[in-house]
Design a protein around this ligand. Structure first.
Ligand code: NAD
Length: 360
């Protein structure tokens, strides 16, 4: 039976960059003779306009039946005044929940050609290749009780609960160990076990899970030190695994080490390896419709899809190599432009990646 990929362009530049990613995807399916069907759906503001909901039932159904989902980005100022449940960003939260995507994979990779784009010294970041594995459906963002109430002294009190059970910790740890076994074979688990009981359990459970991965070197780091080490000596890390809130913060810091938001893909996986793949950036209303957005994060999201959901690592390597070749040729969209390189638009960049694939 042929596999299915659901394409959800979303809003703003999501539509422009996904067009380029689909060009690359269609070429690869044909040149590799892959029996994979592409389907299209609506999410975000465009889905609200057409169906009155940011995640129509039909889109969720298509996503549930697909083997992988490629998403552009959602959101835009025209939908900011809507009631919260109707806003485009709710579509994202709903599809993550509906697909049970508990593992968020955020690579922070700095192509050596772009070392100057970082705010850190080139020698600190050139060749950076970190994978942050963040737990996405538990922890303090979901724990109960939560809310704001008034206490017996009449003071307002805000409450959130940081809670993890062993099963949630074990499954994210296993994702991290499995990924590390295909990379540098090192996992750094980030917690705050010196202060938090939930982190104490996190650490114990990660250690127990590591027993079935004898070839992985496991280390532990407190989150405050991890934040410091990420900006001091980021190349010491291979895979980092952490909870929802720590991962939220650390993955943004790690992404910014590369200095180029338009270059970074991400994946969110369920328990069976099915995943949703998307650039880390948003719909960029400030440049939407101008044909200047960088499509490389979306194209690299396709590479992640090949690697993590479709088990086609050789195809993923082809995409990575094509992107590197385009950068070697000094083609740059505006966000990564530097003097001495040639500035190109979204479609021109997509075409260049396609040409590099054809030349392999
Ligand atoms: P953003 O990521 O859309 O844009 C931040 C800045 O980065 C902008 O200056 C933008 O022009 C630039 N940028 C982003 N992607 C780029 C690319 N591929 N090429 C070149 N430049 C790029 O974040 P924002 O401005 O805070 O949010 C805009 C909208 O996107 C909001 O509605 C927000 O809710 C939504 N959003 C969606 C997602 C998502 O769909 N996953 C993520 C973040 C924000």
């Amino acid at each position: 039976m042929s596999k299915k990929i659901l394409i959800l362009p979303g809003d703003g530049i999501g539509i422009e960059i996904v067009t380029e990613a689909v060009k690359v995807l269609e070429y690869l399916l044909k040149s590799e003779g892959l029996a994979i069907e592409l389907e299209q759906g609506l999410i975000g503001g465009s889905a609200y306009e057409a169906h009155g909901a940011p995640l129509p039932a039909a889109t969720l159904e298509l996503a549930q039946q697909a083997d992988a989902v490629l998403l552009g980005a959602v959101g835009g100022p025209q939908w900011e005044a809507l009631d919260r449940p109707l806003r485009p960003e709710q579509g994202l939260l709903q599809i993550r929940a509906g697909l049970g995507l508990f593992a968020n994979l955020r690579p922070a990779v700095l192509f050596p050609q772009l070392a100057d784009a970082s705010t850190l010294k080139p020698e600190v970041v050139a060749g950076l290749d970190i994978m942050i594995v963040r737990e996405l459906t538990g922890g303090i963002y979901f724990g109960q009780p939560r809310g704001i109430h008034t206490d017996e002294n009449g003071l307002k009190v805000g409450v959130n609960t940081l809670v993890y059970n062993e099963a949630e910790i074990e499954r994210i740890a296993r994702v991290a160990f499995t990924i590390a076994s295909k990379r540098g074979k090192r996992v750094c688990s980030v917690d705050k076990a010196n202060v938090l009981e939930s982190s104490e359990l996190w650490r114990q459970t990660v250690i127990t899970a590591s027993k079935s991965f004898a070839d992985i070197a496991l280390s532990h780091m407190y989150v405050d030190n991890a934040a410091m080490q990420l900006v001091k000596a980021p190349k010491q890390f291979d895979v980092m695994v952490t909870g929802n809130m720590f991962g939220d913060i650390l993955s943004d810091a790690a992404a910014m080490l590369t200095g180029s938001i338009g270059m970074l893909p991400s994946a969110s996986l369920d328990a069976d390896g099915k995943g949703m793949y998307e650039p880390i950036h948003g719909s960029a209303p400030d440049i939407a419709g101008k044909g200047v957005a960088n499509p490389l994060a979306a194209i690299l999201s396709v590479a992640m899809m090949m690697r993590y959901s479709l088990d086609l690592p050789a195809v993923a390597k082809r995409i990575d190599a094509a992107v590197a070749a385009v950068l070697d040729n000094k083609l740059r969209t505006a966000d990564i432009f530097s003097p001495g390189s040639k500035q190109v638009g979204t479609a021109e960049m997509g075409d260049a990646v396609l040409a590099a694939l054809q030349n392999q």
